[in-house]
Design a protein around this ligand. Structure first.
Ligand code: AMP
Length: 553
């Protein structure tokens, strides 16, 4: 075995020289758990607005009281430390109340994509066995049917019209239902109640976040209280977030980037958080102007969608001081076009569910370096507390300039997946995360992603595993073989595209197949195009040549 190259030895950390002056390279945790950090936040400024939602606003003290009441109600239902509770919601203020209530009781939040339906939902629920679910009233009937016979013993409904009065008619609002318990009714019923607070430590699990679909059984990343506290504190310090900041939650709260780098980071660093439900470009644009947004982080598709609005301009973003884009590759031309139009540079940030969102980012106020060979924008430098290496298949460190798998160790890296010792050991040898991203480091420690080892498709920052889409297609009786790939797409980064051959004598049109998968897959996973072919290209050993299919369009 060759010794690791000294240039990439962790203790050298060449990237520290790129840090803004005054950055602490080795931050330490100040709190044992999230509820304790939250208590400190409330004590610092109880009456300052914590969350804005259209024309509504809640102070930290109001959110504290609501989450106390909900926590007491949950304890009456038997929810306690280590219990899982699923959250199937868009980005509404209820999300914060639910998370805080769970963390106060020592329970674990399981964010689920609210686009998930039927069996997509069921396989995750059967994996982590939550005791209950928070869901929009409008989804509750479907949810109850999908979860019959599962571990779930209660569903608490959420009405997204709560805590605002504007009822903006561009939003597809839900409705209340009398059949279910209602979150805000429970909060009213338990007003003034305080939950018992069990001892919770940094290693307790705060969230189980499913890695966006998988090739095999679902993998729930165990994001601990310590992971979340580190990620939120470190990123908050990196972007210098404080009481004068207004953070717009454009990354969905059901994804790690939204719940950590928008919500937890804003809340724990004294900023106000603006939520507008599901992402709608026109509503988001107005929210920037109305609330004087100073900071946000979202996928490049979210920023692209703003550029697609003809009337959008620099004036809407006049109070902005810093923008970050992460979760998917950021094309340099988009960054240029955005800056020309809105006057703001989009800083790149890289993270994964397994790194509790953050990890590598362009320093604020700096422009990303460009990769000399292909002009790719660097994703930035490892942020405080983070150490990266580029390794070969055996885990040996590679010299700068050589492509290999990106490996990361940091206090925000998970210790494993929910009840998956084998997958955990494979992904985290010696506690260092193998990311599945192929990267190159330059001598100053700037990181460039050059490829992916995983077959995963990245569409607008949402990750899609081809297998899941292929499996849905295979359920159609006419389908003989199916191969799903990601193809370059100017708007989404990558588009999901299926190549399908039919059984001899069978007939089906692409339209029929589109309709067939509609009921089986969340919208973002459905193929944008389905090509019917006579035969799929294969290797001598019969493996489908995905590489070749990717180039076909
Ligand atoms: P997720 O767990 O859904 O957050 O997905 C993590 C994956 O998203 C990473 O392993 C990368 O492949 C991809 N990713 C995240 N941030 C970036 C970025 N700034 N540029 C390119 N790809 C990214």
């Amino acid at each position: 075995m060759t010794p690791p190259n000294p240039e990439v030895l962790p203790d050298e950390r060449p990237w520290l020289t790129s840090y803004p002056a005054g950055t602490d390279p080795d931050p330490v945790l100040r709190y044992a758990c999230l509820a304790e950090a939250w208590d400190a936040r409330v004590a610092r400024a109880p009456h300052r607005v914590l969350v804005r939602y259209f024309d509504g606003a809640l102070t930290a003290a109001q959110v504290d009281a609501a989450s106390d009441a909900l926590a007491a109600a949950l304890q009456d239902r038997g929810v306690g430390r280590g219990d899982r509770v699923a959250i199937h919601l868009q980005s509404v203020p209820h999300y914060l109340v639910v998370l805080l209530a769970l963390w106060k009781t020592g329970a674990i939040g399981v964010p689920l994509n609210p686009m998930y339906r039927g069996r997509e939902l069921r396989r995750l629920v059967d994996d982590c066995r939550p005791v209950g679910v928070f869901a929009a009233h409008t989804d509750a009937a479907e949810m109850t049917a999908a979860l019959a016979g599962s571990s779930v013993t209660w569903v608490i409904g959420v009405n997204d019209r709560d805590w605002q009065t504007r009822n903006d008619d561009r939003v597809a609002w839900g409705a209340a239902s009398s059949e279910l318990a209602d979150l805000s009714a429970l909060v009213a019923q338990y007003a003034g109640h305080r939950p018992r607070r069990p001892a919770v430590g940094a290693d307790d699990t705060a969230l189980i976040c499913y890695t966006s679909g998988t090739t095999g059984p679902p993998k729930g990343a165990l994001n601990s209280h310590g992971n979340v506290l580190h990620s939120a504190a470190n990123f908050g310090a990196w972007v210098r977030l404080g009481p004068d900041d207004v953070v717009l939650g454009i990354a969905p709260l059901f994804h790690i980037s939204g719940v950590i780098l928008n919500a937890a980071t804003a809340v724990l660093n004294d900023a106000a958080l603006v939520l507008v439900g599901r992402y709608r470009p026109e509503v988001v644009l107005d929210a920037f102007a109305e609330h004087g947004v100073t900071f946000t982080l979202g996928s490049i598709t979210a920023f692209n969608a703003l550029m697609a609005l003809e009337h959008a301009g620099a004036d809407h973003l006049r109070r902005v001081r810093l923008l970050y884009s992460g979760g998917a590759p950021v094309p340099p031309a988009t960054v240029e076009a955005f800056q020309e139009r809105f006057g703001h540079y989009l800083h790149n940030v890289w993270g994964m569910t397994e790194t509790t969102a953050g990890g590598i980012a362009v320093p604020p106020g700096r422009r990303a370096r460009l990769h000399a060979a292909d002009g790719t924008l660097s994703v930035g430098v490892p942020t405080p507390g983070v150490v990266v290496r580029v390794v070969d298949a055996e885990g040996t460190g590679l010299p700068c300039g050589t492509a290999g798998e990106l490996e990361i160790s940091a206090p925000q890296v998970i210790s494993g997946y929910w009840q998956k010792p084998d997958s955990s050991a494979a992904a985290l040898p010696q506690g260092r995360l193998r990311t599945g991203d192929v990267a190159v480091l330059d001598p100053d420690g700037w990181v460039y992603l050059v490829d992916r080892l995983k077959d995963q498709i990245n569409t607008s920052g949402y990750k899609v595993w081809p297998r899941e889409v292929e499996d849905a297609l295979y359920e159609h009786p006419a389908v003989f073989e199916a191969a799903v790939v990601g193809e370059a797409d100017a708007y989404r980064g990558e588009a999901v595209v299926a190549h399908v051959s039919l059984k001899p004598g069978a007939t089906a049109t692409a339209d029929e197949l589109h309709a067939f998968v509609r009921g089986r897959l969340a919208a973002y996973k459905r193929p944008r195009r389905i090509h019917l072919v006579d035969e799929l290209p294969k290797t001598a050993t019969g493996k489908i040549r995905r590489q070749e299919l990717r180039k076909r369009d």
